[in-house]
Design a protein around this ligand. Structure first.
Ligand code: NAG
Length: 980
């Protein structure tokens, strides 16, 4: 009997698995229909090579440890390699065979690549005597790759003292190392202040004392220090942000050039002449310098110095008063001047200039020149990388061929937001909104607006048909190559025309993704096309994020688009108190404010003020409460008993809960209600604390779970429940002198601070990903003992009776102690991010979305991680629909929602509901961005694509016809019968 049951279990398991397969399949013609992926490379760090033959490409190295080849013509990606962790130190093309040599992870990997195909040619390692495995992330190194001879020059600073360093020359083909004696510098300098000018000279710039030190590697290796005043350069009193600039191409290897960037005020060109420094020229107002070989008019190839000069003031487009149209875009003009390095004559004929449209400042980070020989005539292209991650290519005539927004490779956080109502719906909304008028006027308003609606409907139809006839719209930028239809990170700013059509659709599938990036640049991305709708770069935000890099930065949605005529409003609050508020639909920055304090915790109030705005509560380091905007003070005052905030301190494991009972206009301090110290490691630097609440405003469809015997198990739905996980090192268990780390998880009531449940995973480490929703918590960690990733799942239940069905209070005298089901599972691969799906009403099943290191995003039904999965299934379990417990979780390839569109280093996934209950919107970001829809319970509220409307209509018609026919026949029959 038992055996028979087991067989049936397996069968039912297979059946369920088969059903899941069906729901997740994607047809061939659905590829890219609802999803888009855009691949990025990161902000430019090394310009490596250009190849202007048959298909012109450029090879770049970036700050995201990527080596990439990009088509010169359209800016799309040719190939890309992402390196392992550790800095991308240097890259250069080898003169003899044209291969690209890269040094990364401080020389742990020295590789040579085929520049055309991107295939790996060979790989070497610097010997242990120079770099060890532990030093892969350190910053003691400078590298220089020689143009010829397969040699790498390396400068290594001593860990103990920054004043000592040693040089090595490594010939990687023969694995031969030459090392210099240990050299001392008089200054406390770091490798960041230094650079190789070429293989012979190493230069350091001390920004504080304004001194320059250099060493020649050819003879007696010894530093010489000079003050910048030796060149007649005077500091203006303010400590300046000077930077060393080195050049890849040198006219004369014995006497190389380098430059000092005077913080945007100009450049100083310096040259080694007979092993001594000589000031060549000072170029005030020059933004960038670059040396490249040029064939000047009527002469053979020589070296030229290219200079990027920004025109004094960016030209604002005139506001056309008469047409009453405001053009909000500023034009930034740049000029490229070229000097012959032999006689310092400027060649006016080759001069270039271009204009960049942007409503934010353009700060050029680097400029590169790509020489071209077009029909025997010398020409060049200008490649510009800006500080906000834009990369674009311009011709000297000012035509910008393409632009990539590489800031999107560094997204900190994102939100998917609703679009506003169309103008039409908005007017209707408006007529309904003002209920102060009497019924008759309201009715008349309604009727008139519906007439308008009808009118606009017809005009729209006419306009649409006209558009279909008229020729295609001229590209706004006037580009020659209009083939920008792909989505490979090329900037596709839509014009005002498209902006106007950004309105909500019926099913809430058309939305806007708002993102904040590490560079302080914000983007709005259309979910249907993947196009960038707007982008804004804010220098204050950039500085704030650079000085205090946050792990996570929330975008607070203070007001959605649902409250016409008020526009939507989003706000970000940085750690050092910068508040930036913007309109998520237009990207307009509406407010910027700086608090003079460090921010400890932030929270969005859930009560709105009379303009439907939710305030942001900011707790500063002295426990003072700031509200943004100030006016929401009243809201907090009114509901102060219902607000609580929790602060966790990573180092000490101290958790504190604050209330606002005593809050008033005079006393703006939060009062501490409870505190709790969680055990961490003794070397507290390694603890990592994470607090996870449920999603704000989550809908719970069902309060209980129906069991096999038709009784109900009620869910424990405490809205104040938080999950706290902390990683620490165990001081006691020690084997072979190695300390083991552990992970503890607590379920704590945020209002009272009482611990509801806790569990410890010994010999385990992070990263811990937590999914907390309804009555369930799913989290993942790495088990060091078994060397595998595990997913742990727990569910909380009140029991078979419910204490209070309508509300929950943490302060209730009769505290509910939930009972908890807990189960662990083995996950076959690592995890780089984990979230759950979210739908409008919470009726649809929840699935987990797990980003895998291999590049896939797995959609795993939550039933697989149900802690109630029985080991010995009974009839009742089957009735309840539970899958028998198997420790290993499956990774079905049909469950990979991004099919073959692999995503590299996913940082986070966000989900948002659409207006269709079945559909959840997903946006994943990392080095790539990916957007799609998922339907966890299949598309039960959507007709299939291949739904045959004609057949159904035909069948209906026939049925109606038949019923009339049969009615007629029946009537005739009864008549005939009556006559009998
Ligand atoms: C860009 O140009 C390359 C080379 O001509 C081509 O292979 C690629 O498909 C182009 N990309 C797009 C999106 O047009």
């Amino acid at each position: 009997m038992v055996k028979k049951w087991k067989a049936i279990d397996k069968l039912s398991f297979l059946l369920i698995a088969a059903l899941i397969k069906v729901s997740l399949c994607l047809y061939e013609d659905q590829v890219s229909k609802w999803d888009f992926r855009q691949s990025f490379v990161g902000r430019l760090k090394h310009f490596v090579a250009y190849d202007t033959h048959s298909t012109p490409t450029i090879v770049l190295g970036t700050e995201k440890q990527v080596l990439a080849s990009i088509y010169l013509k359209n800016g799309s990606l040719n190939w890309r390699h992402v390196f392992e962790c550790g800095p991308f130190n240097a890259a250069r093309v080898e003169k003899e065979d044209g291969n690209v040599i890269t040094v990364n992870a401080n020389g742990l990997y020295v590789r040579s690549w085929n520049a055309k195909s991107g295939s790996l040619v060979s790989e070497y390692r610097l010997p242990e005597s120079i770099v060890t495995e532990n030093e892969r992330n350190s910053d003691y190194f400078n590298f220089y790759i020689k143009e010829k001879g397969n040699e790498i020059v390396c400068a290594k600073f001593h860990q103990s003292s920054n004043r000592k360093l040693q040089f090595y020359v490594y010939t990687f083909k023969s694995q031969n190392v030459k090392e210099s004696k240990i050299v001392a510098i008089s200054k406390q300098l770091s490798p960041k202040d230094c650079a190789f000018v070429n293989e012979n000279y190493f230069v350091c710039l001390d920004v504080n004392s304004l001194e320059i030190s250099y060493v020649s590697l050819n003879d007696d290796v010894k530093f010489t220090t000079l003050s910048l005043s030796y060149f007649g350069l005077q500091s203006s009193g303010v400590p300046e942000n000077l930077k060393l600039v080195t050049f890849n191409h040198q006219p004369d290897v014995e006497n190389p050039y380098f430059a000092i960037d005077l913080n945007g005020d100009g450049h100083v060109l310096i040259r080694f002449e007979n092993k001594e420094l000589k000031l060549v020229k000072i170029f005030p107002k020059v933004k960038q310098l670059y040396i490249e070989s040029v064939s000047f008019t009527n002469s053979e190839s020589k070296y030229g110095l290219f200079m990027l000069i920004s025109k004094p003031e960016s030209l604002k487009n005139d506001v056309d008063e008469s047409a009453n149209v405001k053009v909000n875009k500023d034009l930034h003009q740049f000029k490229v001047a070229i000097f012959d390095m032999e006689n310092w004559q400027e060649d006016k004929a080759l001069m270039g200039h271009f204009t960049v449209k942007s409503n934010s400042p353009i700060i050029v980070n680097s400029m590169f020149i790509i020489p071209l020989l077009q029909s025997q005539k010398y020409s060049y292209k200008i490649l510009i990388s800006t500080i906000d991650g834009s990369l674009f290519l311009s011709s000297p005539q000012g035509r910008i061929s393409w632009r990539r927004e590489e800031a999107l490779a560094s997204i900190l956080s994102a939100e998917i937001l609703d679009l506003p109502l169309s103008e039409l719906d908005a007017t209707i909304e408006q007529t309904l909104g003002f209920s102060s008028e009497n019924i008759l006027t309201q009715f008349l308003n309604r009727v008139s607006s519906q007439i308008i609606q009808l009118q606009t409907y017809f005009t729209k139809i006419i306009a649409d048909s006209m558009e279909a006839i008229s020729p295609s719209i001229v590209n706004e930028r006037g580009d020659e190559n209009d083939e920008n239809t792909d989505f490979d990170g090329s900037d596709l700013q839509s014009s005002g025309k498209e902006l106007r059509t950004l309105v909500r659709d019926k099913f809430g599938l058309h939305k806007i993704i708002v993102t904040v990036t590490e560079f302080g640049k914000l983007f709005g991305i259309d979910t249907l096309s993947g196009k960038i709708v707007w982008s804004v770069f804010d220098t204050d935000l950039r500085n704030s994020l650079r000085l205090n890099p946050p792990k996570k930065l929330s975008i607070f949605v203070q007001r959605t688009t649902a409250h016409f005529p008020y526009s939507a409003k989003c706000t970000i609050v940085s750690k050092d108190g910068l508040i930036l508020s913007f309109n998520p639909i237009t990207g307009q920055i509406e407010d910027k404010k700086q608090l003079n304090t460090q921010v400890k915790q932030t929270m969005l109030l859930y009560h709105v003020d009379n303009t439907y705005l939710k305030g942001i509560l900011i707790l500063d380091k002295d426990n003072f409460v700031h509200l943004y905007p100030e006016t929401t003070n009243q809201v907090l005052n009114k509901h102060k008993d219902t607000y609580f905030i929790v602060v966790g301190e990573e180092k000490t494991g101290l958790l504190e809960g604050y209330g606002f009972n005593a809050f008033s206009d005079e006393n703006r301090k939060a009062n501490r209600v409870w505190s709790l110290t969680l055990p961490t490691s003794e070397s507290s630097s390694k603890s990592r604390l994470q607090i996870v609440f449920k999603r704000h405003g989550e809908h719970v469809h069902s309060q209980g779970r129906v069991l096999g015997d038709r009784s109900v198990l009620y869910k424990y739905l405490n809205p104040n429940l938080m999950v706290v996980t902390i990683e620490g090192t165990d001081p006691t268990i020690s084997e072979f002198g190695k300390k083991f780390s552990f992970i503890t998880l607590y379920l704590i009531d945020a209002v009272t601070g009482s611990i509801i449940y806790s569990t410890i995973h010994k010999r385990s480490k992070g990263p811990v990903f937590v999914v907390h929703s309804e009555n369930s918590v799913v989290y993942s960690y790495y088990n060091e003992k078994s060397r595998r990733t595990e997913i742990s799942s727990l569910e909380l239940y009140e029991g078979k009776t419910q204490v209070n069905a309508t509300s929950f209070s943490s302060l209730h005298r009769q505290v509910i102690r939930p009972f908890i089901e807990h189960q662990n599972f083995i996950f076959p691969t690592g995890i780089s991010s984990m979230v759950d799906t979210l739908t409008e009403k919470g009726i649809t099943n929840k699935h987990l979305l797990i980003a895998l290191p291999s590049g896939g995003i797995l959609e795993l039904p939550k039933a697989f991680v149900d802690p109630r999965r029985p080991i010995n299934p009974t009839m009742e379990h089957r009735e309840e629909g539970l899958i028998p417990y198997v420790p290993e979780l499956p990774i079905p390839s049909e469950g990979i929602i991004n099919y073959n569109k692999s995503l590299v280093s996913v940082r986070d996934i966000i989900t948002a509901p659409s207006s269709l209950e079945s559909t959840c919107l997903v946006f994943a970001f990392g080095l790539d961005i990916f957007y799609t829809r998922v339907t966890p319970s299949k598309t039960f509220d959507i007709l299939k694509d291949d739904f045959d409307h004609w057949l159904i209509a035909g069948v209906l018609l026939i049925l109606v016809g038949l019923s009339y026919l049969s009615k007629w026949l029946a009537a005739r029959k009864t008549l005939n019968n009556a006559w009998k």
